[in-house]
Design a protein around this ligand. Structure first.
Ligand code: PLP
Length: 370
């Protein structure tokens, strides 16, 4: 039976209109009221690996110094981030999560006459900010196999005389990717006054050769903004750090729409994590891909269909209204993703630890076969 127990998080969900981290949207996943102490959180695409030990040590060390703003350290911070991506510091903009940069890009590059053009469903953040600011939004439905038709997006920009094309790669919630050759075609066929915003929050989790970062286009000076976050592979969602990468003239247009700087505690955590370099990312990625593969095999054995995932979450076709799972799993100790209309029969599930996924399988199966 479909229960609407605890769907009272509407206050926070409404807030999401102007303040868009996943945390606000996660409230739509019906995880309220009295919940088990050992709740398994598979509703917000977080990473239970958490911050590396070196980041925790760096944060602990800086806490007594947190009475100061530490502004003089931000130059070196930007330089370290830029160096990690083979960019110059003036091609970087740091935000309180990548959410702040997405917000700034929407404000800077779309308007009532220059639409935000995207696919549906995708991550709601930029769409909600654009709508709340009175900007025009054009959404092209994503259909199986959930690969966007970039020609349609470019055609919309052409029609409007420019706009902001937002793509999430891999896409949230479908966990599918934009093939790199399609991306290359789009960048070389951009109409005038058009900026492309590529949200690469989940790029580290992909394992298909079809997936490529758009950072190369930033280095070439194209009209491209790429956002990255420390919330996902680095396991620091609660620390609120992300950044945008773009040619300096685009960074300059976005910068006035930022609200503030991130805390020195977060800066030190990020610096320590970057210093760990590629081995940290590879080790987390390998573990995630293994856990993901095990879940996919389990689903296949039961002939449960899903969209082949390229991120740290997947969409499972539950062959009935997914809200039945969304509302009934949390009281049994497992929080799962919110609804993503019109994909009403799909349940978005984050890949957690092996133990989390064992619990997921148990609770999911008890409801699925009922
Ligand atoms: C696609 C996508 N972009 C951006 C964000 C925002 O992340 P943050 O602000 O934590 O960097 C999320 C959050 O889950 C997301 O799914």
């Amino acid at each position: 039976m479909l229960t609407r127990r605890g769907f009272g998080g509407i206050g926070l969900a409404t807030l999401a209109g102007r303040m868009l981290p996943e945390v606000a949207y996660a409230q739509r996943a019906a995880v309220h009221g009295t919940l088990p102490n050992d709740m398994v959180w598979l509703n917000a695409n977080e990473n239970p690996d958490g911050p590396p030990a070196s980041s925790i040590a760096a944060m602990t060390n800086v806490l007594p110094e947190s009475w100061r703003y530490h502004y003089q350290e931000f130059g070196a911070f930007y330089a370290a981030l830029a160096h990690g991506e083979d960019l110059a510091p003036e091609q970087i903009l740091v935000g309180s999560g990548s959410s702040e940069i997405l917000h700034a890009a929407v404000e800077a590059f779309s308007s009532a006459t220059r639409p935000l053009i995207t696919v549906a469903p995708t991550y709601e953040g930029p769409v909600d900010v654009a709508a709340a600011s009175g900007h025009t939004v054009v959404r092209i439905p994503l259909e199986p196999p959930y690969v966007p038709d970039l020609r349609k997006l470019v055609a919309e920009a052409e029609k409007a005389g420019g706009g902001l094309i937002y793509l999430c790669n891999p896409n949230n919630p479908t966990s599918t990717v934009v093939p790199k050759k399609d991306l290359a075609w789009m960048i070389s066929n951009l109409p005038p006054n058009t900026v492309v915003l590529i949200d690469e929050a989940y790029i580290h989790f992909g394992d298909t050769p079809e997936l490529a970062s758009a950072l190369g286009y930033v280095r070439q000076g194209k009209n491209v903004v790429v956002t990255r976050t420390f919330s996902k592979i680095y396991g620091m969602a609660g620390l609120r750090a992300g950044f945008g990468c773009a040619p300096p003239q685009l960074i300059a247009k976005m910068a006035p729409f930022r609200n503030n700087v991130i805390s020195i505690v977060t800066v030190r955590a990020v610096l320590a994590a970057i210093a760990e370099g590629n081995p940290l990312v590879q080790q987390r990625r390998t573990r995630l891909i293994r856990t993901r593969r095990e879940l996919l095999n389990w689903l296949r054995e039961r002939e449960i269909t899903f969209i082949e995932p390229q991120a740290n979450f997947l969409m499972i076709d539950v062959r009935r209204d997914a809200r039945e799972f969304i509302f009934n799993m949390p009281p049994k100790g497992v929080a799962v993703g919110r609804p993503f209309p019109p994909m009403d029969n799909f349940l978005r599930v984050t890949i957690g630890t092996d133990r989390d996924m064992a619990r997921f399988r148990e609770v999911f199966w008890s409801l699925y076969r009922a």
